[in-house]
Structure formats: structure tokens, C-alpha cells
Design a protein around this ligand. Structure first.
Ligand SMILES: Nc1nc2c(ncn2[C@@H]2O[C@H](COP(=O)(O)OP(=O)(O)OP(=O)(O)O)[C@@H](O)[C@H]2O)c(=O)[nH]1
Ligand SMILES: [Mg+2]
Length: 375
């Protein structure tokens, strides 16, 4: 009757979501969460077990309080403690289903957009994702209010046409903004480059902890490592790859070939070059092969770089000290439309239905705007 699931497993620096279901949810929150949780609201507080704070999660409750999603900040240990606490309190632990989103018909909400919000909430792995998603109902309401012809426009076609002209640009901009979609569907980011340029060192920096093996020996990374990293609010599946070069070693060739698939399926390729080594040869080959990649010049701590590093542009980093890594995070985020100070009250789409609604609306305002041209 009372069940607890691990909806999204913990990633590095990303949120894990534990879902509780059943009549026991309300008493559980009353006993262990520091704040009341009104239905459908996102509440930040402390989760405690006999006075010990386990985590400071964000909790949302649905279904008349019979379901709660607890977004945890902590890693594996915190998740296990929360699940253990739930079991102690009478919840049966179920296998991680990990197949979000929740089917729309099973999601609560007064209207379709609210149901879409609730269905996708478990996919928001970071606080930024949760926040932007929870702002959508208000943002869309406000947008629809603005986009609906008022009394003045109803009475004067010329006024409505003028408004439609402005709306055209706005709707096109909303359609072009895939930011929230990426917040809910972590993009795959592959870090590639010649051997020994510092790919794994940079990957560790992006994970903000040691995850992948680095060494002075070229060819250290023999297989890709893919894991979720939280880049200041954008969760990405980060893939470190073995250095790209011609090789005779069968195991290494195999790893390189396999990482080839990882690279092909990546939403963004980050090419790392080494400032201390000649650009010609391996390094230039990689740059030429991925012209759309985000470029990173690493090892810029050397007094005299082997070539003019300004020439190829890109982000300058020192993997070993972390210098420039903030810029790298920022550059990756902005490739996915996530910029600092992004307006959370701006309407965004994250489902095909919403895209269709916006496309239809764009078609209509274009029609109205065109009337002015006397068509
Ligand atoms: N001086 C300097 N050394 C660095 C920098 N970044 C990485 N290194 C060193 O370069 C060596 C190779 O780093 P890795 O991160 O293993 O390089 P990689 O590109 O992953 O190498 P492979 O996986 O073997 O292709 C290590 O000794 C690092 O400590 C940097 O910015 N400056
Ligand atoms: Mg490596």
C-alpha cells in the first residue's frame, strides 16, 4: 500500500528523486520534514531522522498528499538513508522504475499544462530544472493573457494586427528556445582530443571530483566514462573518451572505436587541444574533423605555448588547477540555451504538444499580421 521508489538515481552533483506513495506519506512528512507541504507546491526544508538532518531536499506533494517527490541533493549515502527511513516507517521499497516521465493521464493537475509539469518534474535533476519547470504554469498563463486580443484589439483590427506583428517575434523566440527541454533531457557531451591533452583532468573538474583516471602516459583512458555532471544547473551526461590517434594496440583501437559511437551520439562535442604541443598532426586532425565542436585550449599554464593559442579561439583552461573551468561550464551551458540569470518567468516548451500549440499560434498571428499588407 505504501511504496517508495528511487525515481532518478543520484549523479555527480545532481539531484536524486525518491517518490513516496500511499496514505503513509502525510504522516511521514509531518514526522520527518521541517515544513508543511501544501499540495502542488515546491517546499525546501530539512529531512530528519531522530533529530539528525539527512538532507535539505525540495519536496512536492500530489494526489491529495498521497504522493510526494523528494529531490535530494546528497549522493548515494543520503539516498540510501532516506530509503531506509522510509522502510522503517512502513514503506515497501520498489525497484527503481526510472522510466519517467509519468504517463500524462496518471499525472495530477487542473489542466494539461499542469499535468505536463507534474509528469516531467522527476526528470528535472537540478534545482534550476525544478524551478524553471515550476514557473511554467504562471509563465504560460501570463503569455496567453498577453497574446489574447483584448477589447481594444477586438474592436480595431488595425490594433490587433499591430499586436500580432509583435507576437510573431516573441512566439518564434519561444519556439527557438530549447533550454527547458535540455534541462529535462540531459544532453550528452563528449570530450575528445589527441592523447594526453588533459581530457580526463578536465572531465574530473567538470564532475567536481575524481571520477576518471588521469596519467602522464598517453592512452590512459581506455574506455569511455559516462556519468551525469551538474554544470551549474544543467545536468549533462559527460563522456570522457580515449585520445584519438593512429594505433596498433588492439585494446586501445577497440576503445577508440567504441568511443566513436559515443562521439556520434553526442549532442555536443568538446575538442581539447594541448597548448604545449604542436598543433599540426593529431591535434589539427581532430579540430578539422569536428568544425562545430566547442574548442578548449588546455595547459595554458605553460610560459611559452607551442603556438599562438589565440588563433583557434575557444576556452582557455588549466586542467590541473581548474583555471578557466567555470568558463568552460558556462560555454557548454550556453550551447544548450542555459545562460546565467535566465528569465524563469519566460514561457518555454518541453513537450511536442506545446511545440504544436506554439506553431499553430505562430501561424495564426502571421495570418493576422499579413492582413495588414493587404493580402
Ligand atoms: N601543465 C599542465 N598539465 C596538465 C594540464 N591538464 C592536464 N595536465 C596533465 O597532463 C597529463 C595528461 O592528462 P589526462 O587528463 O590524463 O589526459 P587525457 O587527455 O585524458 O589523456 P588520454 O586519456 O591518455 O588520452 C597528466 O599528467 C595531467 O596532470 C594543464 O592544464 N597543465
Ligand atoms: Mg583520459
Amino acid at each position: 500500500m505504501n511504496r517508495a521508489y528511487l525515481l532518478t538515481p543520484p549523479g555527480v552533483g545532481a539531484i536524486a528523486v525518491v517518490r513516496l506513495m500511499g496514505p503513509q506519506v502525510k504522516p511521514f512528512l509531518a514526522a520527518h520534514f521541517s515544513r508543511p507541504v501544501p499540495e502542488g507546491r515546491c517546499v525546501h526544508g530539512d529531512l530528519t531522522d531522530r533529530g539528525d538532518v539527512l538532507d535539505d531536499p525540495v519536496v512536492v506533494s500530489f494526489n491529495g498528499g498521497n504522493r510526494a517527490d523528494i529531490s535530494l541533493h546528497g549522493g548515494e549515502w543520503v539516498v540510501q538513508s532516506v530509503l531506509a527511513l522510509a522502510r522503517k516507517e512502513g514503506f515497501e521499497l520498489s525497484e527503481a522504475t526510472n522510466q519517467p516521465p509519468i504517463p500524462l493521464e496518471a499525472a495530477d493537475g487542473a489542466n494539461i499544462l499542469e499535468r505536463e509539469v507534474n509528469a516531467h518534474l522527476p526528470l528535472a535533476r537540478t534545482e534550476l530544472g525544478v524551478r524553471v519547470l515550476l514557473h511554467q504554469q504562471a509563465a504560460w498563463d501570463e503569455f496567453i493573457r498577453r497574446a489574447t486580443p483584448g477589447a481594444a484589439e477586438e474592436a480595431h483590427l488595425a490594433r490587433w494586427m499591430q499586436k500580432a506583428e509583435g507576437l510573431k517575434g516573441e512566439i518564434a523566440a519561444i519556439l527557438a528556445d530549447k533550454g527547458l527541454w535540455w534541462l529535462l533531457n540531459p544532453p550528452r557531451v563528449a570530450i575528445i582530443g589527441a592523447p594526453n591533452v588533459g581530457k580526463s583532468t578536465l572531465a574530473n573538474r567538470l564532475f567536481a571530483q575524481e571520477r576518471v583516471i588521469t596519467a602522464d602516459l598517453p592512452g590512459t583512458t581506455r574506455d569511455w566514462v559516462g556519468e551525469i555532471a551538474n554544470l551549474d544547473g544543467l545536468a549533462v551526461m559527460l563522456v570522457d573518451t580515449p585520445g584519438i590517434r593512429q594505433t596498433e594496440d588492439a585494446i586501445e583501437s577497440e576503445a577508440i572505436a567504441r568511443s566513436g559511437e559515443q562521439i556520434l551520439s553526442a549532442d555536443l562535442v568538446v575538442v581539447v587541444v594541448d597548448a604545449t604541443r604542436p598543433l599540426e598532426g593529431d591535434q589539427a586532425d581532430v579540430l578539422d574533423a569536428w568544425p562545430d565542436a566547442l574548442r578548449v585550449v588546455n595547459k595554458t599554464d605553460t610560459p611559452t605555448p607551442a603556438w599562438d593559442i589565440v588563433r583557434i579561439g575557444g576556452v582557455k583552461t588549466v586542467g590541473t588547477t581548474g583555471k578557466g573551468v567555470d568558463d568552460l561550464r558556462k560555454a557548454i551551458r550556453s550551447r544548450f540555451g542555459i545562460v546565467a540569470g535566465m528569465d524563469e518567468n519566460w514561457p518555454r516548451w518541453w513537450t511536442a504538444r506545446q511545440q504544436t500549440v506554439l506553431q499553430d499560434a505562430l501561424g495564426r498571428v502571421e495570418l493576422v499580421a499579413r492582413m495588414r499588407d493587404g493580402d
